[in-house]
Design a protein around this ligand. Structure first.
Ligand SMILES: [Fe+2]
Length: 256
């Protein structure tokens, strides 16, 4: 634990792992050992001494394979820090609920919630169907307004286009305008952390910075409008969040 001079609040160290895409069993997925890739991130030196671990969706390979959730939840049993999970478009909340403790976090089939840690508030929204529902947006705006300090937001889909030809064309969030209209009114939100795009990027949407976190499964070439694997090396993110600053780094391990 360390403190910024003159400040009371602890600097929180948050690890973000995204788009793990674990399969039903341990077979290679498109030739990639996705379990080994996940472990490279989870066990990396950079993820030591975390205050919070976030899994930001697409835990399962394609369609909420229970074997993926069994594997991840078994691993997380030994995790010494709190873990916040949100679903991605390849997950199903109703299946995840059987393997992860999502009590109080699921409303009308969507997994969204606020998590308070050391006097700070972090929000998690559900974009499994490619949208952030109106219910979630109004809840988020109302809840964020109750907090004076800066907040953070995690969701699976970037609430913007990201100059990624393949993903922007086929798999972008479907209600970007509506989501950004709400975000623009949330003045205590400066940083949003997402996944889904399988590459690393930073996008300034005016009122907020969107940090796109790479996948542990594999990376997709942003310069091609068709699917093109750019790397099978896993990537992940570490965030250090203090009272008046936020620093974040992305790490990649060597190609397996
Ligand atoms: Fe996704």
């Amino acid at each position: 634990m360390f403190y910024v001079e003159g400040m009371e609040k602890k600097v929180l160290k948050i690890g973000q792992i995204s788009d793990i895409h674990i399969g039903e069993d341990a077979s290679l997925m498109q030739g990639i050992d996705v379990r080994k890739n996940f472990l490279a991130a989870y066990c990396s030196e950079s993820m030591k001494d975390l205050d919070l671990l976030v899994l930001s969706g697409d835990l399962a390979y394609e369609n909420a394979e229970p074997g993926a959730y069994v594997y991840i939840s078994n691993l997380l049993k030994d995790c010494k820090v709190p873990v916040c999970i949100i679903p991605g478009n390849h997950d199903k909340v109703e299946v995840m609920e059987k393997y992860f403790d999502l009590k109080g976090k699921v409303h009308n089939g969507k997994c969204y919630y606020r998590y308070d840690i050391d006097g700070r508030s972090i929000f998690f929204l559900d974009s499994t169907d490619g949208t952030v529902s109106a219910d979630q947006l109004s809840w988020f705006e109302e809840e964020a307004a109750k907090i004076e300090d800066e907040i953070l937001l995690f969701l699976h889909h970037p609430p913007c286009h990201c100059d990624h030809k393949f993903m922007d064309l086929r798999y972008a969030m479907k209600n970007i305008e509506e989501v950004q209209a709400t975000l623009a009114r949330v003045k205590n939100l400066k940083h949003i952390f997402v996944g889904h795009y399988h590459y690393e990027s930073v996008v300034d949407i005016g009122n907020q910075i969107v940090h796109v976190t790479p996948s542990t499964q594999m990376q997709i070439d942003p310069s091609k409008s068709f699917f093109c694997l750019s790397s099978a090396a896993p990537g992940w993110r570490v965030i250090e969040w203090g009272e008046n600053f936020l620093e974040t780094s992305v790490y990649f391990s060597k190609t397996p």
